[in-house]
Write a new protein. Structure first.
Length: 460
């Protein structure tokens, strides 16, 4: 072993690490993406050590300058990552020692990689929550734009994927908006627990140095410190919570994708997703495939997988830190990347979606979507709802035989089923009448959609 290959933590061991074990145990290939956070945490640690007189001001400054130079090297792709140095933490520390000499060896005073890595992951996740949150907001705002454009556009509403009652497309978009609003709440709630400082826990029991953890927390912008050193190094709840937020959000996007895929089929033909978000087929020249929603639906399963990965990773670990925890990063990073990509592509795709109003209207006219309106009409005339339900059932059966819509039946034809039906019935049988009549908080009436959009915009 040459001196430069020598590991920082191997003095106790007399044999060099087996080459394959070195590769097997190394995490630098994937944890190097936290280099900024690692350096940020080290700078705060050194600053705190100086404040409590463990480092002199000159030592602190040399360490900080060295770390900043390393950050520069990594930014500019001039840093040589080494598997032998195992992880991002050791790579940076060994480079620091090479750069500034003896003083560099003082940085790790009162710290362990256990509290260091827990801090880095929290800092990294906190940083990535910023673009995730803003992409989620952009998607919510795009949904409101679509809802506003289509506030009065009529489409068939479905239950069991069978035509149920007419709804407005704006109302349908606002249903997605509501789901994403709850997702945002969940993200903000979990961020509170991400934003807690483990540093100072050292390996597991704390340190013999007079550290000032509150000062370090302040330097790193953490709202609070992890209060128990054992918990601080072993807790990965925050990552699991984030992943469960992400799973719910992906579940919503996946359901939404399912609708977009169905709606863009030739059989429905309700929407056009825009050529930039679809691909062709290598064999069938006529094809325009909804790849983006399909992929988002597909990627949902990897986010669920990551959640289960993390839950299973933690379920049998005794306190405190175990090397198992190194396995938390890849699933967490994959969830972050997948979520961010899915949100970004969704906001872009929805901002150019074309809604085919005429096709939606034609579809709403099929399937007796206003049958409930006829029953409600009879109730207003004094018929009990169950009896009204039966009258309308018979009317629909008759209309199906005649191959006509309810609104196309004559007054006499309708009156064979109830003498309570008058010529004012036809206005309730129209699609426009049907949606306009559902004019209460949370209803599908265009007027309500407008109001809901206004409220949503003021909250955005
Ligand atoms: N690479 C390690 C991880 O990701 C850093 C902590 C290592 N600590 C230790 N005691 N081996 O968890």
């Amino acid at each position: 072993m040459t001196a430069s290959d020598k590991k920082l933590s191997s003095a106790r061991l007399t044999q060099p690490t087996n080459k394959f074990v070195e590769e097997f145990t190394a995490s630098v290939t994937f944890d190097k993406r936290m280099y900024r956070q690692d350096i940020q945490g080290s700078i705060a640690h050194a600053t705190m050590l100086c404040k409590v007189d463990v480092l002199t001001a000159s030592e602190r400054d040399q360490i900080i300058n060295g770390l900043q130079q390393i950050e520069n090297e990594i930014d500019n792709d001039q840093f040589e990552w080494s598997i032998a140095q195992e992880d991002v933490h050791m790579n940076i520390e060994s480079r620091l020692i090479k750069l500034i000499g003896e003083v560099g060896k003082k940085l790790h005073t009162g710290r362990s990689r256990n509290d260091q890595v827990a801090t880095d992951v929290r800092l990294y996740l906190r940083d990535m929550i910023v673009p995730i949150r803003s992409e989620l907001q952009r998607l919510r705002s795009t949904l409101l734009d679509v809802a506003e454009r289509e506030f009065a556009t009529i489409m068939p509403g479905f239950t069991h994927l069978q035509t149920a009652q007419p709804v407005t497309f704006g109302h349908h978009m606002l249903a997605w908006f509501e789901m994403l609003s709850r997702d945002l709440e969940r993200l903000d709630d979990c961020t509170k627990r991400v934003n807690s400082l483990p540093l100072g826990a050292a390996a597991l029991a704390g340190t013999t140095f007079p550290i000032d953890r509150e000062y370090t927390a302040e330097l790193l912008g953490f709202e609070r410190i992890c209060r128990n050193s054992l918990d601080a190094v072993s807790d990965r709840d925050f990552a699991i919570e984030f992943n469960s937020f992400a799973s719910l959000l992906m579940m919503h996007l996946s359901r939404f994708s399912e609708e977009l895929i169905i709606w863009s089929s030739a059989q429905f033909d309700f929407v056009d997703l825009g050529d930039a978000f679809c691909t062709g087929s290598s064999i069938m020249p006529q094809k325009k495939n909804p790849d983006v929603p399909e992929l988002v639906r597909g990627k949902t399963s990897r986010v669920y997988g990551n959640l289960f990965n993390l839950l299973t990773l933690m379920k049998n670990q005794p306190l405190a830190y175990n090397k198992d925890n190194q396995e938390d990063k890849e699933p967490l990073f994959d969830t972050i990347d997948t979520l961010l990509g899915s949100l970004r592509v969704y906001a872009d795709m929805l901002s150019v979606i074309t809604v085919k109003k005429d096709n939606m209207r034609l579809a709403a006219l099929k399937g007796y979507a206003t049958a409930t309106d006829l029953a409600d009409y009879l109730v207003r005339k004094g018929v009990a709802f169950r009896d009204a339900h039966e009258v309308v059932g018979l009317s629909v059966a008759f209309a199906i035989k005649q191959q006509k819509d309810l609104s196309a039946l004559t007054l006499q034809e309708l009156q064979q089923f109830s003498d309570q039906i008058g010529d004012d019935v036809f206005s309730v049988l129209t699609l426009e009448g049907s949606v306009a009549a559902r004019n209460h908080l949370g209803g599908t009436a265009p007027e309500q959609v407008k109001k809901a959009i206004q409220i949503a915009r003021s909250e955005l």
